[in-house]
Ligand binder design. Structure first.
Ligand SMILES: Nc1ncnc2c1ncn2[C@@H]1O[C@H](COP(=O)(O)OP(=O)(O)O)[C@@H](O)[C@H]1O
Ligand SMILES: [Mg+2]
Length: 226
């Protein structure tokens, strides 16, 4: 395999947030970033799909509700194209500088949505991750878990608010999926957490943002020995 991913052990820490749309990832990442920065820790906040200029363009294609007829494999390939660029341009350089990288979604999302939701299976996702992402693993993954229906309702409410504030910004393509689709996504997430219980921590996202933040802060503090 070509040495696109440098073989150095990064000094920083890579923390990813996972969960259904509406589970509270963005809310919790912002709170954790504030908490860590208040302790004088250097933090990079980023997201997928996106995180780079190229990745943000790919994000627009994948998430825009006007994007029609995208094949599941094309969708998966675009997710990985965004990720490969993101790792190269943002994640590895930040880790090499010793920063803490907080990333909103990573390969577990592809395994849950395209692998589970779109039924492409885990194997193809893990194989692509190995080839295109040098099998880069987060030091810690926080999986925000909640009832599927409650989470979808939260996301829909937020999207409606965003629509009135930013009518030019449409990220609602996945919103058109069925409850059964999101049920498969959640099950795939839980299967990943079961398989990789050292890395993936399920956090109950049913509490208030503050309560959930306290649980996450404690987890990160222990895990990163802060
Ligand atoms: N613990 C919570 N309880 C109730 N509402 C929440 C909670 N966390 C986030 N929200 C709200 O739910 C919506 C989705 O949260 P968000 O952080 O955007 O989720 P995600 O990034 O996972 O899609 C937002 O409108 C947010 O303000
Ligand atoms: Mg979000």
């Amino acid at each position: 395999m070509p040495a696109i991913i440098p073989d150095v052990s990064p000094r920083g820490k890579f923390i990813t947030f996972e969960g259904l749309d509406g589970s509270g990832k963005s809310t919790q990442i912002a709170k954790l970033a504030r908490g860590l920065r208040a302790r004088g820790i250097s933090v990079v906040v980023t997201r997928e799909p996106g995180g780079t200029t190229t990745g943000e363009k790919i994000r627009e294609v994948i998430l825009h509700s006007a994007t029609a007829g995208l094949s599941p494999y094309a969708e998966m390939a675009l997710m990985f194209a965004s990720r490969a660029q993101h790792i190269h341009q943002v994640i590895l350089p930040a880790l090499a500088e010793g920063q803490i990288v907080l990333c909103d979604r990573f390969t577990d999302s592809t395994e849950a949505y395209q692998g589970g939701g779109r039924k492409l299976g885990s194997k193809s996702v893990l194989q692509l991750h190995e080839v295109l992402c040098g099998n880069l693993q987060p030091d810690l993954t926080i999986l925000l878990d909640n009832d599927v229906n409650l989470t979808i309702d939260r996301a829909r409410r937020r999207n409606r608010q965003h629509k009135t504030k930013r009518p030019d910004k449409d990220e609602n393509r996945f919103e058109q999926e069925s409850r059964a689709f999101f049920g498969r996504v959640r099950n795939a997430y839980l299967a990943i957490a079961d398989r990789e219980h050292q890395r993936v921590h399920i956090v109950d996202a049913r509490g208030t943002p503050r309560e959930t933040h306290a649980v996450i802060m404690e987890l990160v503090r222990k895990r990163l020995r802060l």
